[in-house]
Structures are given as structure tokens and as C-alpha cells.
Design a protein around this ligand. Sequence first.
Ligand SMILES: N=c1c2ncn([C@@H]3O[C@H](COP(=O)(O)OP(=O)(O)OP(=O)(O)O)[C@@H](O)[C@H]3O)c2ncn1[C@@H]1O[C@H](COP(=O)(O)O)[C@@H](O)[C@H]1O
Length: 100
Amino acid sequence: MSIKELAQTIAARKGADPDTSWTAQLLADPDKAAEKFGEEAVEAIIEATKGNKARLTSEAADVLYHLLVMCAAHDVTLDDIEAELASRATQSGVTEKANR
Ligand SMILES: N=c1c2ncn([C@@H]3O[C@H](COP(=O)(O)OP(=O)(O)OP(=O)(O)O)[C@@H](O)[C@H]3O)c2ncn1[C@@H]1O[C@H](COP(=O)(O)O)[C@@H](O)[C@H]1O
């Protein structure tokens, strides 16, 4: 699944029944979504320092999923994040030229 498809799936869970959807449960509780993101980030750091590639891949997927859910809980979309990244790419190009 692409990150775009994952973000669309998460957005479609807004207002869904929290009893049948983990995503809906987190979207209904933004602080819990933030807490889960923090836990997953720490788990990814631990696997990275252990050098376990398979476990890091799994934890990285958890991090991406929970990051998108946390952002969606605050109405921050993948488009918003991509726009921010695009603006940085432009800024960094300017900085690079200025440093030449
Ligand atoms: N990518 C995910 C995803 N990754 C993790 N999780 C859930 O997040 C919860 C917490 O994950 P953890 O790994 O922390 O689980 P844990 O029990 O703490 O296990 P450990 O890692 O600590 O050992 C679990 O219930 C996982 O099932 C996810 N739940 C949903 N998705 C995606 O979201 C879609 C919609 O899901 P629902 O909202 O559940 O329909 C799914 O089809 C998936 O594509």
C-alpha cells in the first residue's frame, strides 16, 4: 500500500465506529493518537540501534501509520505535509546556490 492510499484509508475512517476500527478510536482521541505515535517512534529507534532491519521495517510502518493518524486527528493532511516538503525543497535549492 502506498502512503497516499494509507492516508486515504485513514481519512475514510473519520466518524467510523471506534469499536470496530483502531484508526477511528485514535481519531476520536487525538492525545491517544499522539501517545501511540511517540511509543512507535521509540520502538523504531530501539530497532534502529539494534541494527535489526526486519524489525526496523515493521516499526517504521507503525511510525508512518501512527504519524498520519495523529496528523489526521488534527486535520493535517498528507497534501499539507507534501506542500511543506515541496516548499523546503525550493528553500534548500536557494540556500545551496547562496552557499556556492
Ligand atoms: N497500518 C495500520 C496499522 N499499523 C498498526 N496498527 C494497529 O495499531 C495497534 C497498535 O499497534 P502496535 O504495533 O503498537 O501493537 P501492540 O499490540 O502494542 O504490539 P507491539 O508492537 O507493542 O508488540 C494495533 O492494534 C495494530 O493493529 C494498524 N491499524 C491499521 N492500519 C491500517 O489502517 C487501515 C484501517 O484500519 P482499521 O481502522 O483498524 O479498520 C488498515 O487496513 C491498515 O491499512
